[in-house]
Structures are given as structure tokens and as C-alpha cells.
Write a protein that binds this ligand. Structure first.
Ligand code: PLP
Length: 425
């Protein structure tokens, strides 16, 4: 059976950032429970990835399952044009409640990338309604915002995985990457490049777009709250909007419910996704202020011009509402703090290896940055043989475990990573 699965898969099914017909292994998973993935051959792996930031409560969670089963018995889906439903309203209420106070209006989208498309359109429509043509965005290098064209256009122009398409993309403005280091004291000099762009082209710029505190798929780099605070000040000084992409950082991952809380600032538009549904379904949300929403409503055409078919899918909204309830009822702060300690201790042994550039940890995110890219064909099966699920990219071996991971499992996970690196480096 396993053979069948993997053979058909290899010849017919595309995987993320992958090719058809390669010999790179893919491992069939048949079920998952708590922090463990069970492979078709019966082996169990401790999950170090939370399925790319999403599965914060682990897998097959009874409360999450009940919420979805309940909603399934009422309706799986209904269109959102002209209709509303309890899961959307409940989730909307929760999001307005837990995000920064100025964010009071919600737009639901199907995925993180699509929400970023909508965020860019929202910013452009805001300025249009105010009689200004502002269609450029300013962002920082090292960012990642998704794989659709609008999102790609604000990803890092060099390592953002999209250089192939760069001639087709709208030309936005790129400032220097935020200086690395969560603890680093920030100075005005750190913002010189952003300021330069705002001084030169501020009247054309609709918004500054960035990931706060942690740049994820663009390099797993951390920056200081003081830097982010200054970005907010700069946006206010030049009168441009600030769009924060918290698709990866939202829902506690960095130690705060939202990463912008580290800096005590509020964006004009906030994008959420990934852990929004606890890893059960795809869903994303934008939050913005009444001012911004009303301005769009008062301009031409008086409507926000976006509306996906599966907007506010009831099953996805029910999953998200249950996930947020579960998160807020749980001791998530202590759990994330304990994971932070466990990652620091567990990854420390490889910090001074010559092949390792840096080990860094923030909240429930642990990163081992190497000097050379890993060989996926070699390292991926080694991780599996050592009982852990870890999916590196390039020079980055990183962990973002489910928040419910026990100290023992976390110690086994980090030991599996260190052992694997020791074997392959
Ligand atoms: C994953 C991610 C996205 C894209 O979300 P998808 O759901 O994969 O489309 C956008 N921004 C950030 C910061 C992300 O981590």
C-alpha cells in the first residue's frame, strides 16, 4: 500500500516547491495525534513543524473535532454574499476582541496569500477614496508574503523564491532588511533606508508592508521591538499606512498573542492566517480600522472590490473560533515560554559547531542557521530515522512545535535534530 501511495504520488502529484518525478522522498502520513505524525509503515514522528506554524494545539484534538463535527451537521458551506452565519459572527467578534483596539472590521479570505492580495487592494482603495493615486508599496528586504502575484511583488526580490517572475511583477520599493536581533537596541540609523524611500517617493506610497518581529520564510530572522515602533512612527510622520503580515507570527508564536504587541503598536491593516484555524482548515483574515473601512465605503465605487467564493466558509470559521477559544483557555504564555527555554537548551549543543552560523530562539521558534545549504535527499530521511519531523529549507533548520508539546517530547525533538545534524554535517 505504501509503495502504491508513494509511486503514484511521485509520478502525478505536485508538492510545495517541488518537481514531478524526482527521487526526493515523500513520506506517507496516515494519521496524527497530539504532537505525533504516524507514517504508513507504523513509525511515529515527533512534529517539529506544527505543519508550517499552524497546528498549535497538535493534531486530532477532541475539542477541535467536536466543533467541526457540530458545524458539519448544520452546514459545511454557504455563500457569504447577502448571507451571514453564526461561525463568521462569532469568529469576527473574537478577532475584534483579541487584536489591537483600533482594529474593528474583519475581512475573511481563503489563504494567507489571498489575504495579502486583499490587503494591498484595501490600501490602494483607501487612497483612491481620498482622491489620491497611491499604488506603490514600500517593504523591507528579507520578507515573505505568499506566492500569488501581488504577494510575490513584496517578497524579498533576491531570495524571495520568485525571481523568475520578477519582470512580470509591479515594481515596489525595497528598503534594507531590519537589523537582526530581537534584543538589539534600535537607532534612527536602522531606519535610514526606509526614511530615504519615504522622503523620495512618500506621496506615491500606499503603505509600508512587513512581517513584525519575525521574518519567516524569507530567512527566519528576528528584529527588535524598538525597530518596529520606529517603523510605525515613520509611517505616521509620512502619512502612509502600515500593513503588518502576522500570518506566521499571530496567535502566540512569538510569546505575545500578536507580534506587534512586543512594540506596543497597532497596524492599519493586520493579516492573520496559518494558526488561525489551529491547523484544521485554510482560512485567513484581515483586520482594519473603522476609519479605513468607512473611507473606502464613502469613495468610488463605495465597495471593497474583493469577494472569494469560499469567503468565511462556515467550517473554517467554526474551526477558527474553536481554536481561539482553546488557545485563550490554555496556559499558552507559560507553554510558549517553556518551549523557548527547551529550544534554547536543546539546540545549544550545536551552537559552536564550525558548520553552524547561529542558533537563535524566540518564543516557540528555534532556528539553526548553517553556513551551507543542507542536502535534502540526505537529511530528510535521517530526521525520519531519528523519529522527528523537521523540514529545513536552504541553510535553515528550524523548529516551531505545537504549543502542547511536553518537555520530554521537546527534549526528544531537539535531541533528534542535534543527532541528525551531527550525522550529516
Ligand atoms: C505562509 C505565509 C503567507 C502565505 O500564506 P498561504 O496561506 O501559504 O498563502 C504569507 N505571509 C507570511 C508571513 C507567511 O508565513
Amino acid at each position: 500500500m505504501t509503495e502504491d501511495l508513494t509511486t503514484f504520488d511521485r509520478d502525478h502529484i505536485w508538492h510545495p516547491y517541488n518537481a514531478i518525478g524526482t527521487d526526493l522522498p515523500v513520506f506517507p502520513v496516515v494519521s496524527a495525534e497530539g504532537v505525533r505524525l504516524r507514517l504508513a509503515d507504523g513509525r511515529e514522528l515527533i512534529d517539529g513543524m506544527a505543519s508550517w506554524w499552524c497546528a498549535i494545539h497538535g493534531y486530532n484534538h477532541p475539542q477541535m473535532n467536536r466543533a467541526l463535527e457540530g458545524q458539519l451537521g448544520r452546514m459545511a458551506h454557504v455563500m457569504f454574499g447577502g448571507l451571514t452565519h453564526p461561525p463568521a459572527v462569532e469568529l469576527g467578534r473574537q478577532l475584534v476582541e483579541i487584536t489591537p483596539p483600533s482594529l474593528e472590521v474583519v475581512f475573511f479570505a481563503d489563504s494567507g496569500s489571498v489575504s495579502m492580495e486583499a490587503a494591498l487592494k484595501m490600501a490602494v482603495q483607501y487612497w483612491h477614496a481620498r482622491g489620491e493615486k497611491r499604488q506603490r508599496f514600500l517593504t523591507v528586504r528579507g520578507g515573505y508574503h505568499g506566492d500569488t502575484f501581488g504577494a510575490m511583488s513584496v517578497c524579498d526580490p533576491v531570495n524571495g523564491m520568485h525571481t523568475l517572475f520578477s519582470d512580470m511583477l509591479p515594481k515596489h520599493l525595497f528598503a534594507d532588511a531590519p537589523p537582526a536581533g530581537f534584543e538589539r537596541p534600535s537607532t534612527d540609523a536602522d531606519l535610514a533606508s526606509l526614511r530615504g524611500h519615504l522622503e523620495a517617493q512618500g506621496r506615491e506610497i500606499a503603505a509600508v508592508v512587513m512581517e513584525p518581529i519575525v521574518q519567516g520564510a524569507g530567512g527566519m530572522r528576528f528584529h527588535a521591538p524598538g525597530y518596529l515602533r520606529r517603523v510605525r512612527e515613520l509611517c505616521d510622520e509620512f502619512g502612509v499606512l502600515l500593513v503588518l503580515d502576522e500570518i506566521a507570527t499571530g496567535f502566540g508564536r512569538t510569546g505575545r498573542l500578536f507580534a506587534c504587541e512586543h512594540a506596543g503598536i497597532e497596524p492599519d491593516i493586520l493579516a492573520l492566517g496559518k494558526a488561525l484555524t489551529g491547523g484544521y482548515m485554510t482560512l485567513a483574515a484581515l483586520l482594519t480600522s473603522r476609519h479605513l473601512a468607512h473611507t473606502i465605503g464613502q469613495g468610488e465605487p463605495g465597495l471593497f472590490m474583493h469577494g472569494p467564493t469560499f469567503m468565511a466558509n462556515p467550517l473554517a470559521c467554526a474551526a477558527a473560533a474553536a481554536s481561539i477559544r482553546l488557545l485563550l483557555e490554555s496556559p499558552w504564555r507559560q507553554r510558549v515560554a517553556a518551549i523557548e527555554q527547551g529550544l534554547k537548551q536543546g539546540l545549544a549543543p550545536c551552537a559552536d559547531w564550525p558548520q553552524v552560523k547561529e542558533v537563535r530562539v524566540l518564543g516557540a521558534i528555534g532556528v539553526v542557521e548553517l553556513h551551507q545549504p543542507v542536502d535534502m535527499a540526505v537529511i530528510q530521511p535521517r530526521f525520519v530515522e531519528n523519529g522527528v519531523w523537521v523540514r529545513p529549507f536552504g541553510r535553515l533548520v528550524y523548529l516551531m512545535p505545537p504549543f502542547v508539546m511536553s518537555p520530554e517530547d521537546l527534549a526528544a525533538l531537539t535531541a533528534g535534530v542535534v543527532k541528525t545534524l551531527d550525522e550529516v554535517l
